[in-house]
Design a protein around this ligand. Sequence first.
Ligand code: SF4
Length: 845
Amino acid sequence: MLLEYQKHVDERAAEGLPALPLDAQQVSDIIEGLKQPQNGDSEALLELLVHRVPPGVDKAAYVKAGFLAAIAKQETQCDLITPVRATELLGTMMGGYNIHPLIDLLDYDATAEAAQTALSKIVMVYDAYHDIVEKAKTNPYAKRVLQSWAEAEWFLSRPQLAESITLTVFKVPGETNTDDLSPATEAWSRPDIPLHAKAMLVSKMPGALDTIITLKEKGYPLAYVGDVVGTGSSRKSAINSVLWHMGHDVPFVPNKRQGGVILGNNIAPIFFNTAEDSGALPIECNVDKLEMGDVITIKPYEGKIYNQAGEVVSEFTLRPTTIADEVRAGGRIPLIIGRGLTDKSRETLGMPASSVFMRPVEPVHSDKGFTLAQKMVGVACGVEGVRPGAYCEPKVTTVGSQDTTGAMTRDELKELACLGFSSDLVMQSFCHTAAYPKPVDIKLQHELPEFISTRGGVSLRPGDGVIHSWLNRMILPDTVGTGGDSHTRFPIGISFPAGSGLVAFAAALGVMPLDMPESILVRFKGEMQPGITLRDLVNAIPYAAIQEGLLTVEKKGKKNIFNGRVLEIEGLPDLKVEQAFELSDASAERSANGCTVRLNKEPIIEFLNSNISLMEWMIAEGYADARTLQRRIDAMRAWLADPQLLEPDADAEYAAVIEIDLNEIKEPLLACPNDPDDIKPLSEVAGAKIDEVFIGSCMTNIGHYRAAGKVLEKMGNLPVKLWVAPPTKMDQHQLTEEGIYSIFGRVGARTETPGCSLCMGNQARVADNATVVSTSTRNFPNRLGNGADVYLSSAELAAVVASLGRIPTVAEYLEKVAGIQPMANEIYRYLNFNELEHYQRAKAS
Ligand code: SF4
């Protein structure tokens, strides 16, 4: 085993990488080796067992915990590990399979003290807390564990956030989005943190990793510094990569780092939260005077950054108020779990609340009303509403996980020692890797469904389609959710997307930490004009904000009123829920923290009735976990029996109100290359030659494909390459039945597996340097193809572009889409599964 392993170590070392963590089979082999040592290899085997096994509820941890427990209980013997040492080693495994053995060991004279010490430092105990309370009635060691938790010794034994931190600046000027840090093309390697970190900044700043090596020679850790940092998605892998280069090792956790400092004029809120969760120190401050290679000293409690000459080069306010505790605890997530354990223990022991922690500061009192989002979060917290700035932990009813973050979420769940979800519905998709999977994707597609469904979650299948187009059909009105994809933006209720650490936390514990953001109200009024689509209204939001000076396209000193706030949309109450999602989905491009769309009851009733049928069909088709699906069906039926919706108060306060008059939007609006904020009217970009057109992504629904089919129905071969990727297999099936696919086939379109397709850019891609019109969500540089220039538009306009090979004039566009309006009721008819025979038939059989 050791020879094999050494070969692996050498191969990885040649790539500049540490060996992978051990799997269950390797741990079994090590245990056999330790039982019968040969050739003096036992020290090496022990070293591997101690340091190279993932903690929590990984299968390898299961094997390790079983072996150590047997030694500690003297059921088996190992010359190198005494019962006390075995108990101590169980204490390094964070939580999960080590907890019950440690509780048992409180009853053994030889190990009781070591078990007490170990348990005192562990916070991920969950339901086992009650076992300790019970045992504390008769066992003095258990009583001391409870006392230790109450005194927060797990926290106080860790070093405080230092008063002074000296670092070398690693500066990436301008905007760094999460795709720069964790490229979608390398998504397959994300669970292998050191390997994935090699792709950090490869396109944005070639040679960055060599610079990092050189800068480290100065002898200080590095600070990641940028003007705008972390725009884009919620991907934890982006933080993982930064921390791999800037953080420090975590004892007893292989291939993972924490700590690290991130400085930015503007740090995207989800990225900021993910950094907090990971134990990093993100600070928003002016970085104009910080240059690559500068040695700086940060005084966190003073709120100042000094250069080597002792001059102040930047000032800041440490936020949130709890961040010093978060860093000390190893991250926001361990802090919340540990603080909860301390609070609970003190309550059990009849002690007052602990003063050890910095508690979240409540905002000033207001007699004003609440916005819709504030009420939704309020209900999830058991109060009427939650004020902006208030820290809260809303109940999370629905959680989404997609495949390129799913493996990381799985690993986080293992570390959280989660064996069953507390959130009511957790859904896993395979939309990002289904079309052209690599072997590593296939492995995940085989393994992850069981991991999710055995914990009570619902697993989709490869080829089913985009996570959001499914998850939106599972949500309950006015409830709170989250997801590991930044486009988890519910069209009813509200979602706060997050990195995989927080998603795992929400799935495991059924709540999530939230600093309630302020809200921006966008109010539409007037009538939709001919030829104008929902996508144009999506683009009208940044367009209006730019005109009001609330948003700038320029990155340096960028202004973005939406950043970190909740976008609340009203004035379009009769939209179908599928349409409302187009609006909420795009709030990710605004860097908004969440989004609400105020709808009437009728479209929601229609949507839920359809979704009940879909879920019944899923149960009939063998989707697991069936009990979870049935529970959600029951909850929807309960809402339908007495449909009530929350409403914002008339005197609710918003950070800004943007009014958009539909009468004034007379031509389509497009996002221009390569920034979703750079909105221009069609007339300003007409005539641009286009090479490729993509109709797909979660921004589309079946109506868009019918409309595109209508525009293209009389065409022969197209002058561009047209890609078509419907969001779900249900859309694909229906479009085939209706003959729309035959139109796509005839014009030479490349029809792709339902899913993310080009939108993610991790599989099929447009040609290098192509000019593209796309219906996808975002047009960050290099996302759809290397050097590609990408316009974002409606599917209707994209189809017209496909027919011409260039962007049309407004007159050409209106002429080409003229056939759509008379048939609008047919074309924009959504998938009501309760009316479709195919789903009723399958359900009945
Ligand atoms: S379609 Fe695009 S934006 Fe939507 S989930 Fe997939 S990759 Fe993300």
